[in-house]
Write a protein that binds this ligand. Sequence first.
Ligand code: TRP
Ligand code: SF4
Length: 400
Amino acid sequence: MFADRVLSGMRPTGNLHLGHYHGVLKNWVQMQHEFECLFFVADWHALTTHYDNPQIIEQSVWDMVVDWLAAGVDPAHATLFIQSKVPEHAELHLLLSMITPLGWLERMPTYKDQQAKLTEKDLSTYGFLGYPLLQSADILIYRATQVPVGEDQVPHIEFTREIARRFNHLYGRDPGFEEKAESAVKKLGSKKARLYQELRTRFQEQGDDEALESAKALLDEQHSLSLGDRERLFGYLEGGGKMILSEPQSMLTVASRMPGLDGQKMSKSYNNTISLREDEVSVAKKIRTMPTDPARVRRTDPGDPEKCPVWQLHQVYSSEQTRQSVVHGCKSAGIGCIECKQPVIDAVLDEQRPMRERAQMYLDNPSLVKNIIADGNEKARKLACETMREVREAMGLSYS
Ligand code: TRP
Ligand code: SF4
């Protein structure tokens, strides 16, 4: 119905590594050219699990933004902001909490899973239980249509749709809806208003789907309508009330499983990562000391790439030709492991070079980063305030 708007957030809880780059950031960089994109630092979300160690959040916020920029997220194409600088997220979270059944939150798979996994933390808090609802507020406040997330987050998006539906059901039919819709129709101008009414009647009386589509197309072209009127007219078309909060879709990021230095998935908790802009000497050293097929004790012992974590990195980084010579050289003991690792080292360094360069520009000039975020905060806040005005009005909170 509306043009797509993509929103995603990342929790600032430490250094970003190449797993984040391959799993998330590359995807953001691509999407910024295809959609309107909003990317934010989910600092309040980080507090739900790191409330006892806020220093790490404070440190990570700016590093993470530099990492995004280094990876190629471009403030000319995407809006970058910090959640806590748009306090309307908290207001929407509070208001939505009024209509959120506890059971919906308690049933969330991430709730039990994370509590079981992070045993060193006490996560039986109000804030942690409400985590998915805060995420819903993040999404709904921008009327995002697409939310790129990993598989574990899909239930949160489904939950967000349910919250939006419940909200619209409870508050979408304000008493003056018909009158407001009629006066919005007038704002289309007499010719288009007549066309809209005609199409609406054809759809409502004869179920003519083509008429519905034409009317929607007509509304899509009316750029001067306020967001409120626009949605009223969409709602009025189909006979329902006003759609105040729109239901987002999840955009499943294909789990490109980035292998770490030990062959397990790259993850901070496995201590097997290469940071996004780790210095060259350290990268080379980490790869050079990676474990290999344990059967290759001596240089003359043949090996099996399938049993070697280095081979997994070749699959991410190397050309078909290099991979073939690795397989052959390993199985025939024709190459040594150090020799085998060199192309991986080169490829990782090549990948990181432009990132390190871009990052350097921002590190030399921290005010650039601050300005990008200040800009983004302002843009985001404008959008958020528009939605909040309608939410307050719908919930009977627009006293003056
Ligand atoms: N919960 C997400 C995560 O753990 C981060 C997040 C917070 C988010 N709010 C969001 C992601 C809104 C997408 C949209 O990764
Ligand atoms: Fe691994 Fe390469 Fe050594 Fe074979 S030659 S064991 S693939 S590092």
